[in-house]
Design a binder for this molecule. Structure first.
Ligand code: FDA
Length: 319
C-alpha cells in the first residue's frame, strides 16, 4: 500500500526532476541497474541485443531514448539517430517468417521529436515522425508511436491519424489507466489498426486516470476485449500473468490466429516468460531502448516494482 500511494508517485515525480536527474545519472552504482533495462548507449550495442533477441525467435521494437525535448536541434538529432538505426536494421536482412507481421519495429516518443516545443511543436513532431516512417518503410520495419502523459494524448492521436493515411501500418499505444482509453480502443480497433495496449507508466491525476491498481487492471481487461473483438492487430504489452492469461482466453474465444495479435514485453523483464510465449507459438516483441538519455525511462521502470526500488536503494549504500 505504502508503495503505490507514497513511493511510486515519488519515484514518478523524481523521473521528471532535472535536479534528481543530475544526481542519479552521476552515480556510478546506478549504471549496473540501468544495464538491466537499457541495451546500451550506442546503436552498435543495441543492434547486438537485437540480433540476440531475433536469434531466440523474438521480435523487436527499438527506442532511441529521450523525451520532453526543448531544443529543435535535439529533436533533429533524434531523427538522425533513428535514420542511422533503420539503415543498420536494413542491413540485418531479417527474413519475416510470416507475410503479415514484421519482426523489426521502431518506437517513437513524439516529445523527443519536438512535440513539446513551444512554437509549432505539433507540426515539427509530425514532420519528424513522417521522415522516420519513410525510412522504416524502406527498411521493412514497422513504426509505433509511444504514449506519454495525458496532456499529449490528443496531439499524439491526431498525428497518428494523419500519418496513417500514408503509412497504414503505423501503430500507436493506448494506456488502460486513462478513463478515455476504452473509447479510444473502440474508435481505433478497425481494420489494419495496430494498437499496443499497456497499463500506463506516468504520474496522472485522478481526474483523468484510475489510481487503484485493480481499477487499472479492470480497464485493461475491458480494452483488451474491445481490441480482440475488433478488426485490428492488438499488441498486448504487459508482464502481468493474469492479463497474459486473459489475453490468451480472449484469443481462444475470438478465434484469432497467431498472426493476428502479439505479446510485447520490455527488455530485461521476465525473460523466461518471453521465451515460454515464443515456445508456445506466439509472436513476442521486446521493446529495446538504447542511448544515454535513459533517466526518465529508468525511473519509470523502478517505480513499477517495489523490489526494483529496494535494490536501487541498497545499491546506494557504501560498502
Ligand atoms: P505490473 O506493473 O502489474 O507488473 C506485472 C509483473 O511484471 C510484476 O509483478 C513483475 O513480475 C513484472 N514487472 C513489471 N514491471 C517490472 C519492472 N519494471 N521490473 C521488473 N519486473 C517488472 N507505458 C506508457 O505509458 N507508454 C508507452 O508507450 C508504453 N510502452 C510500453 C511498451 C511495452 C512493450 C511494454 C511492455 C510496456 C510499455 N509501457 C508503456 C509500460 C506500461 O505502461 C507499464 O508501466 C509496464 O508494462 C508495467 O505494467 P505491467 O502491465 O507489466 O504490470
Amino acid at each position: 500500500m505504502a508503495f503505490s500511494t507514497l513511493l511510486r508517485p515519488a519515484m514518478l515525480a523524481a523521473s521528471r526532476s532535472p535536479r534528481m536527474e543530475r544526481t542519479i545519472t552521476r552515480m556510478r552504482t546506478t549504471k549496473k541497474l540501468v544495464d538491466r533495462f537499457v541495451a546500451g548507449d550506442s546503436a552498435d550495442q543495441a543492434v547486438t541485443a537485437v540480433q540476440s533477441l531475433l536469434a531466440s525467435g523474438r521480435y523487436v521494437t527499438i527506442d532511441y531514448l529521450g523525451e520532453d525535448t526543448t531544443e529543435i536541434e535535439q529533436a533533429r538529432t533524434t531523427v538522425t539517430h533513428y535514420l542511422h538505426m533503420l539503415s543498420a536494421l536494413a542491413r540485418l536482412e531479417v527474413e519475416p517468417d510470416t507475410e503479415s507481421v514484421r519482426p523489426l519495429e521502431v518506437s517513437l516518443k513524439l516529445s523527443a521529436l519536438g512535440q513539446s516545443l513551444p512554437q509549432d511543436g505539433h507540426a515539427i513532431a509530425l514532420d519528424h515522425a513522417r521522415q522516420i516512417c519513410v525510412a522504416a518503410e524502406a527498411a521493412g520495419a514497422w513504426v509505433t508511436i509511444d504514449a506519454e502523459d495525458h496532456t499529449t494524448t490528443d496531439s499524439t492521436l491526431a498525428i497518428v491519424r494523419e500519418l496513417r493515411a500514408d503509412f497504414p501500418t503505423l501503430g500507436t499505444v493506448l494506456q488502460a489507466y486513462l478513463h478515455r482509453t476504452e473509447g479510444d480502443c473502440r474508435e481505433l480497433s478497425g481494420h489494419g489498426s495496430r494498437i499496443r495496449l499497456c497499463k500506463g507508466a506516468y504520474k496522472e491525476p485522478a481526474s483523468v486516470a484510475y489510481q487503484d491498481r485493480a481499477e487499472v487492471d479492470e480497464s485493461y481487461l475491458r480494452c483488451l476485449r474491445v481490441l480482440m473483438l475488433g478488426d485490428g492487430y492488438p499488441m498486448v504489452a504487459t508482464h502481468d500473468p493474469a492479463l497474459i492469461q486473459a489475453a490468451q482466453d480472449c484469443v481462444e474465444s475470438t478465434r484469432r490466429k497467431p498472426d493476428e495479435f502479439e505479446f510485447q514485453m520490455l527488455y530485461g523483464i521476465r525473460d523466461a516468460e518471453q521465451r515460454r510465449l515464443v515456445e508456445d507459438g506466439n509472436h513476442l516483441r521486446v521493446y529495446v531502448p538504447y542511448g544515454d538519455q535513459w533517466y526518465g525511462y529508468f525511473m519509470r521502470r523502478l517505480a513499477e516494482r517495489p523490489a526494483n526500488v529496494a535494490f536501487f536503494l541498497r545499491s546506494l549504500k557504501p560498502g
